[in-house]
Design a protein around this ligand. Structure first.
Ligand code: 5GP
Length: 210
């Protein structure tokens, strides 16, 4: 029996390093497929169409919603972001574990539609470390960093809707935690419904035979 892959949703505080963890995870194991999102945000220097995102106009994005082509979507700092449904379905059916790197509102929508999805939240060990990493990136002003910290405070309230925390002490331990959580999800009853009904049917038959 070909097993369906695990749908793993990864969110986290801005600056916690989820992008790095996802790149390392994909490098290290080939069981994963990364979903490329659609967005109305403009490409940043160095970003490529179809690699980082599928860049859409607002009308194109709304048409995708209308045609039910997105598994989830959310508005984040003035732009739309959404996960194309078809790729995810195909890869899961082919047995790949699919990674969605998305923000919290979208993650919780995915959980509603796919209760068996694994929701992981990446955090630093403490707030000081988050502030340090945001400063180290050097891409934001003090004011922007303050905004991100305030947003992190708000997001922290939603962590209880996730299945597991990934405490990124360092990249290696973060990757290991994600991979272990995915392997554990593969053993969960909600991911093995077919197996459970098959064995129950067999037991019923054998019971008749006894
Ligand atoms: P950025 O503009 O920095 O690439 O992404 C901004 C935020 O949008 C990040 O938290 C990222 O994880 C999230 N994001 C990226 N793609 C999607 C998506 O398809 N759906 C949702 N809900 N969030 C996304």
């Amino acid at each position: 029996m070909k097993r369906r892959g695990i749908l793993a949703v990864i969110s986290g505080f801005s600056g916690a390093g989820k992008g790095t963890l996802v790149s390392l995870l994909l490098e290290k194991y080939d069981q994963y497929a990364l979903s490329v999102s659609a967005t109305t945000r403009k490409p940043r220097p160095g970003e490529q169409e179809g690699v980082h995102y599928f860049y859409k106009t607002e009308q194109e994005f709304l048409d995708m919603i209308e045609r039910d082509e997105l598994l989830e979507h959310a508005c984040y700092v003035g732009n739309y972001y959404g996960t194309p449904r078809e790729f995810v379905e195909q890869q899961l059916a082919a047995g790949k574990d699919v990674i969605l790197e998305i923000e919290v509102q979208g993650a919780l929508q995915v959980k509603e539609q796919f209760p068996e999805a694994l929701l992981l939240f990446v955090t630093t060990p403490d707030a000081d470390e988050l502030v340090r990493r945001l400063h180290k990136r050097g891409s934001e002003t003090d004011e922007q960093i303050k905004k991100r910290i305030q947003r992190a405070y708000e997001e922290a309230e939603l962590i209880s809707g996730y299945d597991a925390l990934v405490v990124a002490y360092d990249p290696e331990s973060g990757v290991r935690q994600i991979h272990c959580a995915v392997e554990a999800a593969r053993m969960s009853p909600s991911h093995n419904k077919e197996f459970i009904s098959a064995i129950r049917a067999e037991l019923a038959e054998r019971g008749e035979e006894l």
